[in-house]
Design a protein around this ligand. Structure first.
Ligand SMILES: [Zn+2]
Length: 243
């Protein structure tokens, strides 16, 4: 039996998978790059005990998730700190450490400044908090753009999923679901629109034929330029558009 549940760790909501195992004799925590946190519990384990157990392992979970996180500092090996910049919608945001005014840690965008609670400025935790902020921003913006562009193109999708694909900016399925990489939120808005248009166009033309590119061009005249932008930046963000 597999079940998805949520918990709060260091003020961040984490979705995790609970697996009941006939063979497990103790609770086991696993963290994987693709799978996130998985909690394997013995068959007869009382789920009500889980929150307490996770709380006691909070530090381990948080540092393991951060280690497996897809977030890569644009400054490669350097640790991020207050005053550094991170990319967002094609511009640079300055990270600024803020004292907390409440119990809850937060990441807040204020113009070109990203104010991050003092409590999140710890190794590993900061990267995790930033990735979660990026993911939430990506979900908000991409949902909004898909809504708008799909009605403009007269092509509708069923579901939008925001993922952390290593090798894709976006993809579509024959079930008419679209997936987008959260790292797109670092790209300028017209580039994000191009990726949305590209994936929506695939719902009509499931290939990269001449007809497909004509359809893309109808809704995005400068697609060549945006495609080039993604190619130039994919080394930093390690993703490509479609196979
Ligand atoms: Zn494609």
């Amino acid at each position: 039996m597999v079940e998805k549940r949520e918990t709060s760790i260091n003020g961040q909501t984490i979705t995790y998978t609970v697996k009941r195992s006939l063979r497990a004799r103790h609770v086991r925590l696993e963290v994987g790059r693709q799978t996130g946190l998985t909690v394997v519990v013995p068959h007869s384990y009382k789920i009500g005990q889980l929150p307490g157990l996770l709380e006691s392992r909070e530090r381990w979970i948080s540092s393991s998730l951060a280690r497996c996180s897809n977030f890569q500092s644009p400054y490669a090996e350097e640790k991020l700190g207050s005053g550094d910049t991170i990319p967002y919608l094609g511009r640079d945001l300055k990270l600024v450490k803020r004292e907390n005014h409440s119990e809850v840690d937060s990441v807040t965008l204020e113009g070109d400044t990203l104010a991050v609670s003092h409590g999140l400025f710890k190794n590993g935790i900061l990267e995790l908090a930033l990735e979660q902020w990026y993911r939430a921003e990506a979900a908000r913006l991409i949902n909004e753009r898909v809504d708008r562009l799909s009605s403009q193109m007269g092509i509708h999708c069923k579901r939008i999923v925001i993922r952390g694909q290593k090798t894709r900016w976006g993809s579509c399925s024959h079930k008419k679901n679209l997936s987008f990489n959260w790292k797109l939120i670092m790209a300028p808005e017209p580039v994000i629109d191009y990726v949305v248009i590209h994936e929506l166009a695939h719902l009509k033309e499931m290939n990269h034929s001449k007809r497909f590119w004509e359809l893309v061009a109808q809704h995005c005249h400068r697609w060549r330029e945006y495609k080039k932008w993604l190619r130039q930046h994919e080394a930093n963000l390690t993703a490509k558009l479609c196979p």
